[in-house]
Design a binder for this molecule. Structure first.
Ligand code: SF4
Length: 286
């Protein structure tokens, strides 16, 4: 069992529960883990945590507005520089930002603004009806696509890898040791981006206590690959393929309509994704 941060008399668990999140919300768990690692390693530097999202906290963190967290970061970083202030900035938000803030984020990274952006990716606009985002996996049923016609998701960490990021990674709350290590690597390599898979109980349609299990199945069947881009090298985590696509979709009602042919399509998608990531790992192996 990987070591993860637990509350002790000396160490606080950072809570961000102000919005009646669903029991077992993986985005809420991820936010707590991220905040705990960040405050653990950067507390002396008074980090500024910024952003919002359905399971992340809708009214606790400071925020600038939907889709504008990255331009706000760039403005804050500039204002702080003018005033001679140097504090770490961390954005935590959801995958809606990948659609609504795409231009801001890619441009802020390309221009080298120093901050860490963490996306808790639940593949849905969960706070406003669970319609699809640019991160929704193919064939998942969403509120506006009940027949599951979603196409493959944006490979957003890879887009940022080629847009000036010093560090990008994917992570999952089912692998907390890996997440903790990646957060520690990211804070010294800015601008940095981490996308954490955080399933959503009502949007994905699994039982409230199954969030971590569904995350683990996503990693173990290969549809959510864990990788990082660091110091000029692209590396994939070595995760045994212990689960199949059928195992992964079984607990999720958003795939209840999936036919054998569609499952085969998802399996082919995973094979193509594997091949593309392996090519990156052999091409960038500094
Ligand atoms: S709707 Fe989804 S993201 Fe929002 S609190 Fe519930 S489980 Fe979390």
């Amino acid at each position: 069992m990987p070591k993860m941060m637990m509350e002790t008399a000396e160490k606080k668990v950072w809570m961000n529960v102000t919005a009646n999140q669903c029991p077992g919300c993986p985005s809420n768990l991820a936010t707590r883990l991220v905040m705990q690692v960040i405050f653990d390693i950067l507390d002396d530097e008074a980090p500024i945590i910024f952003g919002q999202g359905c399971g992340i906290g809708r009214d606790f963190l400071q925020r600038s507005g939907l889709g504008t967290h990255d331009s706000a970061c760039a403005a804050m970083r500039t204002a702080m520089e003018i005033r001679g202030i140097d504090r770490p900035i961390v954005v935590i938000d959801g995958d809606g930002q990948i659609d609504m803030g795409l231009a801001d984020m890619a441009t802020a990274f390309q221009q080298g603004y120093k901050y860490l952006h963490v996306v808790c990716d639940n593949q849905a606009h969960a706070a406003s009806g669970s319609h699809a985002t640019g991160s929704t996996d193919l064939l998942a049923r969403t509120s506006v696509r009940p027949s599951g016609k979603v196409r493959s998701r944006k490979q957003f960490p890879l887009m940022l890898m080629f847009s000036g990021a010093e560090y990008v990674a994917t992570a999952s709350t089912s692998h907390p040791g890996d997440l903790e290590r990646k957060l520690k690597a990211a804070v010294t390599r800015l601008p940095a981006f981490i996308q954490i898979l955080t399933p959503c109980n009502p949007s994905w349609g699994y039982d409230d206590d199954k969030g971590i299990e569904v995350s683990r199945l996503a990693v173990e069947c290969g549809i959510w690959p864990l990788y990082e881009w660091k110091d000029g090298a692209f590396r994939r985590a070595s995760i045994p393929r212990k689960a199949t696509i059928r195992d992964y979709i079984a607990p999720q009602r958003r795939y209840a309509q999936a036919t054998d042919a569609q499952i085969a399509e998802m399996e082919e998608y995973v094979r193509q994704q594997d091949s593309m990531l392996s090519s990156l790992a052999s091409g960038f192996n500094a």
